[in-house]
Design a protein around this ligand. Structure first.
Ligand code: UDP
Ligand code: GLC
Length: 384
């Protein structure tokens, strides 16, 4: 059990990859609290881990404020924003450290810190670049980070480079690769598919929330070029991307792929589903800050084809631990899939290497140790 009273702050009540990391980080921190801007499953998950959870009464609408929106669009929310900031400042005073786990959480925590004056950690799970954020938002984030953050934790060198490129101070950065701990189950792929009701032929999968930049539509296009290959699309629209989800389903129907592409929605058994496919595809069209699903597939012993941008080339060691294709290129993806599906045996050495690499570079224990140390040092006011 750790002694620091940490106020963990997140803008969302949903559980995406950043929140799954948060749920690991808070383990054993019973003295700590979490402040969320909205209700949702994250509140219960945090409280199940022993934290006292406070949900803002004022956050309605803020989680849907888009990353490329100008701050002008936030004007109607100004009253709510001010109220959340005041709530945050009040709560921060009762804690030793404030730990913002999302961009919106950080912006308000930084403003609240003008009065609260507590050590402030920003766990930045995003790539601050024009592909992901509008100019005003980038400038605001960087200004606030340089002025008020004690440390900025990023999961990859790619996220660190983007932060610095956008004007962020290098000395603030602490690269802590995301860590995961998933053991594959000892069961054949065939048996798993029977158990899960999945088709027995060539089967590929994508396992991300449905969002334009996650690029599921590129996989759909690629599968249109590969007759006989089935695909599972696992995940749902978590952060206001319902239009994209509907468009994806229309695309599948229009291409006549409804019999081959199966939408499974959000699932709680991703590691099992991953073990059941022949290839895991990670088709993000914009640079991925990390990509937990890459490591999950490496641990599951499943071949990975990912787009060559953001953290993916680093995690996959430029092709030694998985295959890389250019982002947004359905033809290249189809060719890569064809190669991997045609000769799976050729990949055995790569799979064993990928699994070793995932264990050595992306272990949960190591991530928790680094973040624990950081929180301790930040509280003690030590130069980290
Ligand atoms: N995930 C899940 N159920 C789903 C789809 C995804 O539990 O239906 C998990 C997935 O296994 C991964 C996380 O959500 O651990 C997504 O994290 P990632 O870093 O890949 O991307 P993010 O969505 O955070 O950008
Ligand atoms: C974000 C990023 C994803 C990363 C996750 C955890 O949701 O999009 O790439 O793996 O946070 O850091």
């Amino acid at each position: 059990m750790s002694g620091e009273r940490v106020l963990f702050v997140d803008h969302t009540g949903q559980i995406g990859g950043a929140e799954l990391i948060l749920l690991d980080v808070v383990q054993g921190r019973n003295e700590s609290s979490a402040f969320l801007f909205e209700q949702g499953p994250l509140a219960k998950a945090l409280s199940d881990r022993g934290l006292s959870v406070i949900t803002s009464r004022w956050g309605i609408g803020l989680p849907r404020f888009r990353r490329d929106s100008s701050w002008l669009k936030a004007l109607p929310l100004a009253g709510g924003l001010a109220a959340i900031t005041a709530e945050l400042a009040r709560l921060a005073r009762r804690h030793d450290v404030v730990y913002a786990n999302s961009q919106k959480a950080f912006v308000l925590a930084a403003i609240a810190n003008v009065v609260a004056r507590k050590p402030l950690i920003w766990h930045l799970h995003d790539i601050i670049s024009p592909a992901h954020f509008g100019a005003m938002q980038r400038r605001t984030q960087i200004f606030l980070a340089n002025r008020f953050a004690t440390k900025v934790v990023v999961p990859s060198e790619a996220a660190a480079a983007a932060f610095i490129e956008a004007g962020g101070r290098r000395s603030l950065i602490e690269v802590v690769p995301n860590g995961l701990s998933v053991e594959p189950v000892a069961v054949s792929r065939q048996e798993l598919r029977q158990r899960l009701g999945l088709p027995q032929g060539p089967l590929v999968g994508v396992f991300s929330r449905l969002a334009q930049w996650k690029g599921q539509h590129v996989l759909v296009e690629a599968l249109a070029r590969l007759p006989g290959v089935h695909g599972i699309v696992v995940g749902d629209a978590l952060f206001g991307e319902q239009d994209y989800a509907a468009q994806l389903k229309r695309q599948v129907d229009a291409l006549g792929l409804a019999g081959r592409i199966h939408f499974l929605g959000h699932r709680g058994d991703v590691p099992l589903l991953m073990q059941a496919v022949d290839v895991m595809v990670h088709p993000s069209i914009d640079p991925e800050p990390f990509g937990r699903t890459l490591v999950e597939a490496m641990l599951a012993g499943v071949p990975v084809i990912a787009t060559d941008a953001g953290a993916a080339p680093d995690i996959l060691e430029h092709g030694r631990a998985g295959m890389l294709v250019p982002p947004g290129d359905a033809r290249a993806l189809a060719e890569a899939l064809d190669t991997v599906l045609a000769e799976p045996a050729v990949l055995e050495p790569q799979l064993a290497y990928a699994s070793r690499r995932a264990r050595s570079h992306y272990s949960l224990a190591r991530m928790l140790e680094s973040i624990g140390l950081l929180i301790r040092n930040v509280r003690a006011g030590a130069a980290v």
